[in-house]
Design a protein around this ligand. Structure first.
Ligand SMILES: Cc1cc2nc3c(=O)[nH]c(=O)nc-3n(C[C@H](O)[C@H](O)[C@H](O)COP(=O)(O)OP(=O)(O)OC[C@H]3O[C@@H](n4cnc5c(N)ncnc54)[C@H](O)[C@@H]3O)c2cc1C
Length: 284
């Protein structure tokens, strides 16, 4: 349980951080995933650069109709931010479900997104929010949508010389209802499945629906068929059940010691129905 020897350097500025990453250093943010992986020798970087204390990466603000979250904002900061609670409540609710108090005090949104654990909570919400990630290198900056970012288990669109600088999420529409529902893995708190829903009604009919799924397969995704099935419906129990069933359809489900593929699919349908019903109950 002792990592291989490595060099540690704390980045002084964001530019310093990207230069060190370009030179081969591995970013260290909250250390909640990287340090355990190093101790288990699943990762053995020769150099790490600590970006967790960079003020340039630690902010939460509303600007231009969107919420901008620096990559080093901790889960606790996201959970407790008045801006996020008021303007993007799905993200605050999701952050509150991550791990325990210690993990939420140390772990960062950028670290969670970059790590891309298939059972991580944020990706469900970030898919439902159609969030964007700003990726920075020494030479360029680009913006990637969540739908294009999460590629597979621990695999993302992030290039080795890039760091995540910022997460951008929309300001939630007035009157919309949101909910994140998850089946906890009892020891760690990770999501065996987790479903994030945003929904709105107009004239008594569902006029907007976004559903993000985590835990079920190798990477998070948006359940577009389920979203479409809800459009124009009043939101009866039968309609919710029908849409929820589509969340797990044609999905190559994960199977591990915590849950078989069939059980995960079953859980996804159950939790999708709960999340849709809870979000609908919160619509104005
Ligand atoms: C006991 C325990 C319980 C947990 N329970 C949950 C849970 O219930 N739900 C959940 O979602 N997560 C859970 N986690 C994981 C936790 O949320 C981590 O905080 C998160 O996965 C990684 O964030 P971090 O800031 O600690 O990143 P680190 O561990 O520092 O880094 C993780 C990876 O991301 C890279 N990285 C970090 N920041 C950046 C960046 N800005 N740009 C590019 N690459 C970057 C690192 O190089 C590394 O590869 C748990 C962790 C523990 C230890």
């Amino acid at each position: 349980m002792i990592p291989q020897d490595f060099e540690y350097a704390a980045a002084i500025t964001l530019d310093d951080a990207v230069q060190q990453v370009a030179a081969g250093a591995k970013p260290l943010a909250g250390g909640m995933s990287l340090i355990p992986m190093m101790k288990l020798r699943l990762a053995s970087p020769e150099r790490v650069v600590d970006i967790g204390r960079l003020k340039e990466l630690n902010y939460i603000r509303e600007d231009g109709g969107a919420i901008h979250i620096g990559a080093a904002a901790t889960h606790h900061e996201v959970e407790s931010s008045n801006v996020i609670r008021g303007k993007c409540p799905l993200l605050a609710e999701t952050a509150s479900h991550i791990g325990d108090v210690q993990v939420r005090n140390m772990g960062t949104i950028g670290g969670s997104v970059a790590h891309a654990d298939p059972s991580a909570d944020y990706p469900a919400a970030l898919q439902a929010l159609e969030a964007k990630f700003v990726l920075k290198s020494t030479t360029s900056e680009r913006t990637v949508a969540a739908a294009d970012f999460f590629i597979d288990t621990f695999a993302t669109a992030l290039e080795p010389e890039e760091i995540i600088r910022e997460v951008i999420a929309p300001v939630e529409a007035q009157g919309a209802g949101v909910s994140y529902q998850k089946m906890y893995q009892p020891a760690s708190g990770f999501a065996i499945v987790g479903i994030a829903v945003r929904i709105a009604r107009s004239g008594g009919k569902i006029s907007f629906a976004r559903i993000g799924v985590t835990g079920l397969s190798g990477h998070s995704y948006r359940a577009a068929d389920a979203e479409n099935a809800l459009m124009g419906k009043a939101g009866s129990a039968t309609e919710i059940q029908h849409a929820a069933a589509l969340v797990a359809q044609n999905v190559d489900a994960n199977s591990d010691l915590h849950a078989s593929a069939d059980y995960r699919r079953h859980l996804a349908v159950v939790y999708a129905a709960r999340a849709i019903a809870a979000a609908l109950a919160r619509t104005a």
